[in-house]
Design a protein around this ligand. Sequence first.
Ligand SMILES: [Fe+2]
Length: 278
Amino acid sequence: MSDAVDTPTPEEERSAFEKAQEEEEDVDPRTIPEKLEEEPPIGDEIEYPDYPEEDHETWRILVERQMEQLPGRACDAYMRGQEVLQLEADQIPDLADLSRRLNKETGWTVANVPGLIHEKDFFSLLSERKFPSTNYIRGRDELDYTPAPDCFHDIFGHMPMLTQPEFADFYQMYGKAAQNADGADRPRLERFHWFTVEFGLIRENGEKRIFGAGIVSSNEEVTHALSDEVTLHPFDPEHIVEKDDYEVYNLQDELFVLDSFEQLVDGFRDWTTSKGLL
Ligand SMILES: [Fe+2]
């Protein structure tokens, strides 16, 4: 008798989403990805919530303290993206406005999602140039760390880079490739996302600069990522996808540095094509 039907996916082939769903105890419900029941509101369909004043204040604190650190540390494309999106500290931005500005710049729009979403929904939105964003903000007791995305991470961390043409094209390509991946290629693609979209560095005018959303939206990572405590590797898709010993809950101790965003697009296209994913 074959037991193939009941054979679980080997540990090394499961995605982080699946692992999170299998955790049973002491799990913050925000870290369990949700399947979308229906198409989320997109662009002008998104309503602006009636935020309490305290939420705007939280946004202001987070933006102001990051802005003390980012000039001279974040890459030019990120800083320019903030201007294009007109990100301000005074109040939580309206996702519909951000969607219009992004759309004008690179053809991306914003989809308003309820939290961490299932990987299938996530990849499908990316493949259509729709960025899934939350609209709620972390509590005041979580200024330094929150286990799941909130709108500070999604808007301030991710959206500025979507105004950069090569990055914008790469991220859509990522969504398409990830939809086609199975087995061990799924965690490989997750590692690729981790070391580029979330924790990527780039060299600009001979200096290392930040573009990863997980760094630009974290108070401690901004200085730590550029410090001597981090071991840097040149960008290399083959190296990244096999790197399964990275830190999820602590500061990163190894990072990869791009020479250009063209290198990101070309490197990703070559690797995924060699795997038959695109
Ligand atoms: Fe993120």
